[in-house]
Write a protein that binds this ligand. Structure first.
Ligand code: HEC
Length: 233
């Protein structure tokens, strides 16, 4: 039964390799429902972050939302081919807890998904998904104190943007032409404040990421970096 279902999933996800598009109009419709900010992970128990653990809310959901649950692909509205990857409950359907290689969410990465013309999930990101599954695929989260002393572009700012924005705004496949990978790309949106307006969810501007707000700490770090004159450090 499980086997049959995974075959169906693999076939249908493979179908998306050529059929999946994500028109900007749909994203706008999504925004209207989801611009309240905050994050949706009410079932999770926050605790301080253990460096050996991978946390669903902190580490996995942002990657899956940006790379898979975009408008026109696997968000709750589009759910192409019935595949909805917008929240824990739905993501869990493609996971065999404890066994990444028998989890479609993991094994499909780099084998048809994301489609070749989209920003690819990096090997570090795939590893995080595999580790999370190996650790039991729990609906967990953690909170650390916000370290506002370090907001270097390379070590702090780019990793935040890659994780939360990169799937939609990759170096090659930027939604609305907006690219959030690479200093020269990012600095354009930092300088005209559209980056800050988007992540601060300023009324009247498009809130970004569309579905879940960036955590306050990440917003603060990006703001500090912009106020420091967007150094390429
Ligand atoms: C799930 C996909 C998705 C994610 C994740 C996402 N974006 Fe977007 N973004 C879009 C789409 C689609 C548009 C174009 C929307 C439109 O034009 O209606 C857009 C537009 C934008 C714009 C242009 C806004 C404007 O005012 O013109 C900026 C800036 C932006 N995004 C920044 C970000 C940043 C920064 C992140 C991460 C913190 C992010 N986005 C995450 C899909 C996404």
């Amino acid at each position: 039964m499980i086997k049959l279902r995974s075959i169906i999933v693999v076939v249908s996800v493979a179908f998306l390799a050529w059929s999946c598009t994500h028109p900007a109009e749909n994203a706008t419709a999504n925004n209207q429902n989801n611009n309240t900010g905050g994050n949706n992970n009410t079932n999770t128990t926050d605790k301080s972050c253990n460096p050996d653990s991978v946390y669903f809310a902190n580490d996995i959901l942002p990657i899956v939302q940006s790379n898979c649950a975009k408008s026109g692909c696997h968000d709750s509205k589009s759910h192409r081919e019935g595949v909805n990857l917008s929240d824990y409950k739905n993501i869990k359907r493609y996971v065999n807890a404890g066994n990444p290689n028998r989890s479609t969410l993991f094994s499909i990465i780099g084998r048809g998904m994301p489609p070749y013309y989209e920003q690819q999930v990096s090997s570090t990101q795939k590893q995080a998904i595999g580790d999370w599954i190996s650790q039991g695929a729990k609906n967990n989260s953690c909170t650390d104190a916000c370290d506002t002393t370090n907001y270097g572009f390379k070590d702090v700012i780019q990793p935040i943007l890659t994780k939360y924005c990169g799937g939609c705004h990759g170096a090659s496949s930027g939604s609305a032409g907006v690219k959030m990978i690479g200093y020269d790309n990012v600095v354009v949106y930092a300088d005209d404040y559209s980056l800050l307006n988007a992540i601060q969810r300023v009324p009247g501007r498009l809130p970004m990421p569309p579905d879940n707000a960036l955590p306050d700490c990440e917003v603060k770090l990006i703001e500090l970096w912009i106020n420091a004159g967007t150094p390429n450090n």
